[in-house]
Every structure is written in C-alpha cells, then in structure tokens.
Design a protein around this ligand. Structure first.
Ligand SMILES: NC(=O)c1ccc[n+]([C@@H]2O[C@H](COP(=O)([O-])OP(=O)(O)OC[C@H]3O[C@@H](n4cnc5c(N)ncnc54)[C@H](O)[C@@H]3O)[C@@H](O)[C@H]2O)c1
Length: 257
C-alpha cells in the first residue's frame, strides 16, 4: 500500500503541529514546512516517533522561490504529494483606523498569497497522480468578522480561492476545502490572551459550548478531509467553532439542572 505524503505549512506550531501528528497517526509521511526551522525539526521528530517519516523544511510561504524549492524537495524525497494543509497564518489585532498599509499587506501576504503559492505549486505534483486533498485554514472570523478587519478579510478571501480551485481541480481527483476554526488554544491565541487579562474568559462566555477548541479537535477534522474517504467533499467550508457563528445571536438554553 502506498504511503501518502502530506505537506503542512505552519506545521511547526499549533493547529499545523496537531495536524502533522494526526496525519502521521493516519499513516502519512509528513513534510513540516515552517519559517521557524527549529520548530519544523521538533515536529518532524514527533512525526517520526509516531512511526512515519517527517521531513522538516524551512519555508517562507510568502516567497515563491522558497515554496517552489520546498515542493521540489518534497518531490525529491518522496516522489509524490497527496495532501496540502495551509496552516501558516498570522492575525492582527487592530481596528480599521489603526492598520498601517504595511500591516495589511503582511496579513494578506502570509494568509492569502502564501496559501495561493502553496496551492499553485502543490497542484503540479498532485496532478501527476490525479489525486489530492487541499485543506486551507480559514477562520470563523472570515465569516462573521471580529473587529479585526485585516484578518477577517484575509480569511474570507480564502473561501473564494478555495471555491474556485475546487471547481478547477474537481475532475482531476483533487478536492479543496476550508476548515474555519473558532478560537483555539494555540501559541497564536495564548499570546493574545496572556497580554489581555480576562479576554479568554470573556471569549469563552460567548461560545455556546462554553470553551475554546483544542488544536487536536481541529486536526481531527483536517484528518478526515485529508483522507481518501472524503473524496465527495469539495468546495466546502467546515466551521468548527463551538456554535459561535450559528448560535451566537440566539438566546442560549438554560443549563440542565
Ligand atoms: N488559534 C486560533 O484561534 C485560530 C482560529 C482560527 C483560525 N486559525 C488559523 O489557523 C492557522 C494556524 O494558527 P495557529 O493558531 O496554529 O498559529 P500558530 O502561531 O501556533 O502557528 C502558525 C505557524 O505558522 C508559521 N508561519 C508564520 N509565518 C510563516 C511564513 N511566512 N511561512 C511559513 N510559516 C509561517 C509560524 O512559524 C507558526 O509555526 C492560521 O492560519 C490561523 O489564522 C487559528
């Protein structure tokens, strides 16, 4: 049986790291691509401990040469690419009037352009086998907004990118989907909560299930979309947010006695 190969951007931390572990448990070799090379090495070693091969690569998703080279190194090592997870991302906690153009461009570059470049170059390898699973990390912020316009705009843009790519690649056995998490306990959020006392508690009080997600809960959904079983799912956005987007404007039921 062929061992499938997954390429995960931002694989060195948070949701990308949990996804690397989940896909290794599913029997895949995992390329851990991250701008933080040390983190990529750590996670690749975790993959190896789970019994498959982890390949750490330094990759800056905003740089086309860097992305092209990482995909070429994947091809040289494994000869194939089956799954792309684009988890490299940054947020920006600034309201409209405070966003400098430079900040705006950085958020768009990493979240949107980075996803586009990885899809563009991964597509070439996936087409060789007429098989692929592309999973983009969006956010519930791209659906309902959060007072952080640059981040919300970037994540909303990914829906359009994924939808168009899903249509383009559907007859080639390649699916393209977005996973849109709500607040998730990763280094990205822990930083924000550490600098804003009480923020996590306020946030959790707005989530119908009463807590934030664990990265493993997002990774479990990514593992499904990365599996062979998900071949009829494409052009979808899977929202994993404890009910935040669909239930937030409705009164919550009282807790059961
Ligand atoms: N944590 C949340 O609450 C949450 C919620 C919704 C969506 N998301 C999205 O999920 C994804 C992962 O978030 P996370 O919370 O795991 O973040 P994280 O900060 O823990 O991990 C992000 C990783 O991306 C890497 N990275 C940053 N810039 C890069 C670049 N230019 N090239 C390559 N790698 C780069 C970082 O080094 C880091 O390892 C992001 O796209 C984020 O927007 C996160």
């Amino acid at each position: 049986m062929v061992r499938r190969v997954a390429f995960i951007t931002g694989g060195g931390s948070g949701i990308g790291r949990a996804s690397a572990q989940a896909l290794a448990r599913a029997g895949m070799n995992v390329v851990v691509a991250d701008i933080n090379e040390a983190a990529a090495h750590t996670v690749a070693a975790e993959v190896a401990e789970l019994g498959t091969e982890g390949l750490p690569l330094r990759c800056d998703v905003t740089n086309e040469d860097s992305v092209r080279s990482a995909i070429e190194q994947t091809e040289a090592r494994f000869g194939r690419l089956d799954v792309l997870v684009t988890s490299a991302g940054v947020d920006l906690h600034k309201e409209l009037g405070d966003i400098e153009l430079e900040d705006w461009r950085r958020v768009m570059d990493i979240n949107v352009t980075g996803t586009f470049l990885c899809m563009k170059h991964a597509r070439r390898l996936m087409l060789l086998n007429s098989y692929g699973r592309i999973i983009c990390l969006g956010s519930s912020s791209g659906i309902y907004g959060m007072g952080w316009p640059a981040y919300s705009a970037a994540k909303a843009a990914l829906n359009g990118l994924a939808l168009s790519a899903a249509r383009e690649l559907a007859l080639n056995g390649i699916t393209v989907n977005v996973v849109a998490p709500g607040p998730t306990e990763t280094p990205l959020s822990l930083d924000l909560w550490a600098n804003n006392p009480g923020r996590r508690e306020r946030l959790e009080s707005t989530v119908p299930v009463g807590r934030v997600a664990k990265p493993e809960e997002i990774a479990a959904a990514i593992a499904y979309l990365a599996s062979e079983d998900s071949g009829f799912v494409t052009g979808s956005t899977l929202v994993i947010d404890g009910g935040l987007t669909s239930l937030m404007r409705r009164p919550l039921p009282q807790a059961m006695p």
